[in-house]
Design a protein around this ligand. Sequence first.
Ligand code: SAM
Length: 199
Amino acid sequence: MGWKARRHMKLDGILPFCRKLLAMAIHEGDIAVDATAGNGHDTVFLAKAAGDSGHVHSFDIQETAIQATKDRINKEGLSDRATLHLTGHENIQAVMPEAHKGRIGAAVFNLGYLPGSDKSVVTKPETTIRAIDALLPMLKPEGIIVLVVYHGHAEGKQEKSKLLNYTASIDQKKAHVLQYQFINQSNDPPFIIAIEKRG
Ligand SMILES: C[S@@+](CC[C@H](N)C(=O)[O-])C[C@H]1O[C@@H](n2cnc3c(N)ncnc32)[C@H](O)[C@@H]1O
């Protein structure tokens, strides 16, 4: 049975575990980052969790993704809580307002390509790593970056190994780094790398 066919179990699947980590990390009034907006599901989730006094910054390099996210957030009546950036997450340092730096409770990267769209547009290890590097100093103590790593496609294999090397080398005095993965499933199931900034 592949990872997509899984239904009933006590252990959290990858996406529920991702949401659990984000919900744990983000508090009312926090700033949140959706580094790969896609269809906007995570942006809506983060906007709800950040509350009226919080804010979400969402990034995507595809206009269709930013538009889909805009539509979703408008439909939920949450447009005041989100700023959508049509630019790569590696530019976060330049576009994040100074007042929001240091207030980030949670950030999420759903890596790979957007299902149902152009499969040639994929996240790249160099830019993902550049974004994580820029994000770490902007996190609150105990703030969390969650990476969902999809590695079924060719570029995903490279991204997986480069990200594992990079995140395993983050100074343990600066952050706790966790890998959450089902290790007996077929079809290259996605896994999580979570980075929690130390207080
Ligand atoms: C797996 S999808 C995200 C799915 C999304 N979280 C959702 O809920 O629908 C990955 C997205 O990352 C975007 N992307 C690729 N490179 C990027 C970059 N450098 N910066 C920001 N987004 C990027 C793609 O355009 C794609 O929409």
